[in-house]
Design a protein around this ligand. Structure first.
Ligand code: SAM
Length: 297
């Protein structure tokens, strides 16, 4: 029996691309097709009833609006890059968060969008073109191969790291990949191994992000509900983060759902739950203390 048969569909979230359109004008346009409310947590995010299909809406097609979930829209806001900064989006395709960064920076400064997968680069470039951002450089690179002391990146002040993950927070179908499938010869499952591989990459990538000399803010996010890809990753890099002068900060302090209490400081972490209006997401924010930052010459 489907217990949710009478449940209302989850609301649909729409992020206004403030590089192209003002939020009030977007509301007036959207009110022609559905009831619109401003989200109470993320600026320039609008909430519409679940049934509203906006895929072919003129403002979506021309990049004035992005169909982006609430939790996904919290990530760039948590990073809070200042207009004029140089920012690195380490794992960027398809570019929803890159374009959000560009809007938050009001088109000022520079964003480098790094993506390893050639076939996803085109999608990333399309998203950026549609967003109207003119200060984004796309690079086809393995983030782990970028040297932290490469002069091109010596002025990067903030890094958004949204690496490949199991996707277990996004939909029930993707959870299927995580159901046990015991291999005959080992006691571990194929999915345990996949998760271990992902977590190893996530830890390496986060440690790498924290090692760039001028970086003072790093956001790590996943659309996973698994502790192995979330709290455990943060806990593993904490000693290194501390040695570089970083502390965990509290993104969206008013948000009630925090990290699983598995280490001291996990209350700084943010979780969203797929059972609520959001996808299942995880956000950690590292901030370097002023005295640990390079002094201006
Ligand atoms: N932030 C994106 C957005 O909001 O649209 C979604 C990013 S997706 C979760 C992760 C991306 O990281 C994938 O496109 C994947 O190909 C890329 N990726 C994985 N490993 C990478 C690496 N070592 N260097 C750069 N990109 C990588």
């Amino acid at each position: 029996l489907d217990n949710n048969k009478h449940a209302l569909p989850k609301p649909r979230f729409v992020r206004v691309n403030t590089l192209k359109i003002g939020t009030e004008i977007a509301i007036l346009e959207l009110e022609k097709v559905a009831k619109v409310r401003k989200d109470d947590v993320v600026p320039d995010l609008l909430m519409l009833p679940g049934g509203a299909d906006l895929h072919k809406h003129r403002l979506v097609l021309d990049g004035s609006l992005f169909l982006q979930g609430k939790a996904s829209s919290m990530v760039a806001v948590a990073l809070c890059p200042k207009p004029g900064w140089k920012v690195l989006d380490a794992c960027a395709a398809p570019g929803n968060k890159t374009s959000h960064l560009a809007a938050l920076m009001q088109g000022k400064g520079k964003i480098v969008a790094c993506e390893i997968n050639k076939s996803r680069i085109k999608h990333l470039e399309d998203t950026i073109r549609r967003s109207g951002a003119h200060n984004v450089q796309v690079i086809h690179r393995d983030f782990l191969d970028i040297k932290a002391d490469d002069p091109t990146f010596s002025e990067v002040r903030a890094i958004l790291l949204d690496p490949s993950c199991s996707g277990s927070g996004i939909s029930a179908e993707r959870l299927d990949h995580l159901l046990p499938s015991y291999s005959a010869d080992h006691g571990t499952t194929a999915n345990d191994q996949r998760m271990e591989k992902l977590a190893t990459f996530q830890k390496n990538a986060l440690a790498h992000a924290l090692s760039f000399p001028a970086v003072e803010r790093v956001v790590y996010s996943t659309c996973s509900i698994h502790r192995a890809e979330n709290e455990n990753v943060v806990e593993a890099v904490l000693p290194l983060a501390t040695s570089h002068g970083f502390k965990l900060a509290t993104p969206f302090p008013q948000w009630p759902r925090r990290g699983l209490p598995v280490f001291e400081g996990a209350h700084h972490l943010l979780r969203t739950d797929p059972s609520e209006d959001t996808e299942g997401f995880f956000i950690a924010l590292f901030v370097k203390s002023a005295e640990s930052r390079p002094q201006p010459r």
